[in-house]
Design a protein around this ligand. Structure first.
Ligand code: HMG
Ligand code: MG
Length: 311
């Protein structure tokens, strides 16, 4: 199949299911299930897995034991294992856990920053200065994540210019990659292009990723729109797991299986084994007693069940 000239030939998928997906689960997901999930993902060829989060367990109880998860996984050479670090304490945890990449996270909305990390955007950047400095010294990749870049559950509209300001601060901190996040999944394709175009007026497109929650079902269209203007890194969550503890009603990230199916149809390479990804979605939904939020995952599972009955 021929790839449209305006679309990338290769896309990097950052699998965020083990962190963004599971952080919202009410029932504690056992450490061995988290480890098994991450190992299955790395075996399926996922190049970058957001594996854990060194945040306050009072704020996000599900991420307690991230040190144990990181100690127990089998590292696949070449795979980047990322962890969230809101402050120096989190960074120390990440360093001890031998994370390949840290994620410092703020927001384009003041109201959301207060709810999520209990400080203003400016204060968060101050907090990240020593974290980023230490990561540079230790040779660890730094990713910046900007929540509510397309809308905020507390303040509503977010102007692209405001997103651009936070992007500049993240670039000054030396981020290798920056996620533009639709935390509540409200963006539509035109808005996606206008926010990224505002950013690409001063920054190189290869450093940016789309982190889209799928609340309003727009994520696949948004990924396509973002690819058209040069974005080639996307975050997704196996079986569409997740939500956001500080954005009520927001659903998980776009389901990985759905993204892989679309990219496969477009002839875009990811290096990920699609059939294995579908099986991983089946594994984690069973292990957590959840419905599979991936349309593709559900369709293939239904087909397999019919096949089983016929046999
Ligand atoms: P705070 O209460 O303002 O700060 O929290 P604090 O320094 O007073 O610490 C409070 C307590 O937490 C203390 O314990 C600290 O020791 C402890 P106590 O004395 O009460 O027993 N603490 C820690 N424990 C473990 N690891 C740490 C750590 N730091 C402090 N690193 C803080 C400020 C940033 C810590 C807190 O607000 C926090 O942890 N927030 C995390 C919120 C979070 O993880 N949200 C979800 C991830 S972000 C996300 O999902 C969005 C994203 O997906 C993109 C998108 O979709 O938008 C990335
Ligand atoms: Mg998220």
């Amino acid at each position: 199949m021929k790839t449209s000239s305006s679309l990338p030939k290769k896309v990097k998928i950052v699998e965020v299911g083990p962190r963004d997906g599971l952080q919202n689960e009410k029932e504690f997901v056992p450490i061995d299930v988290k480890v098994e999930l991450i190992n299955q993902l790395s075996n399926a060829g996922f190049p970058n897995i957001e594996a854990a989060s060194f945040v306050s367990p009072k704020w996000i109880p599900q991420m307690a034991g991230s040190d144990e998860v990181m100690a127990a996984i089998t590292r696949r050479p070449g795979t980047i294992y990322s962890v969230l670090t809101p402050n120096l304490r989190g960074y120390e945890g990440a360093l001890a856990a031998k994370a390949d990449e840290i994620v410092i996270f703020s927001a384009a909305s003041e109201a959301f920053a207060q709810k999520n990390i209990n400080c203003s955007i400016a204060e968060s950047v101050e907090r990240f200065i020593p974290v980023a400095k230490a990561a540079k010294q230790d040779g660890i990749r730094i990713r910046g994540s900007i929540s509510c870049s397309f809308g905020c559950p507390y303040q509503g509209t977010v102007e692209p210019a405001h997103v651009a300001e936070v992007v500049k601060r993240m670039m000054d901190l030396g981020c290798d990659e920056i996620d533009i996040a639709d935390t509540i999944g409200v963006a539509t394709p035109g808005q996606i292009q206008s926010v990224f175009e505002t950013i690409f007026a001063f920054a190189p497109s290869h450093q940016f990723s789309g982190h889209f929650h799928d609340t309003y079902g727009q994520s696949l269209a948004n990924i396509y729109a973002a690819m058209e203007i040069g974005v080639s890194i996307f975050h997704s969550s196996i079986a569409g797991l997740g939500g956001c503890p500080y954005a009520k009603g927001a659903t998980g990230n776009v389901a990985t299986e759905d993204v892989l199916y679309m990219l496969k149809g477009l002839g875009i390479e990811t290096g990920i084994n699609f059939d294995a990804a579908v099986k991983i979605g089946q594994y984690i939904t069973k292990a957590t007693s959840k419905n599979n939020a991936s349309r593709v995952g559900r369709a293939i599972t239904a087909k397999q069940l019919i096949g089983d009955q016929d046999a």
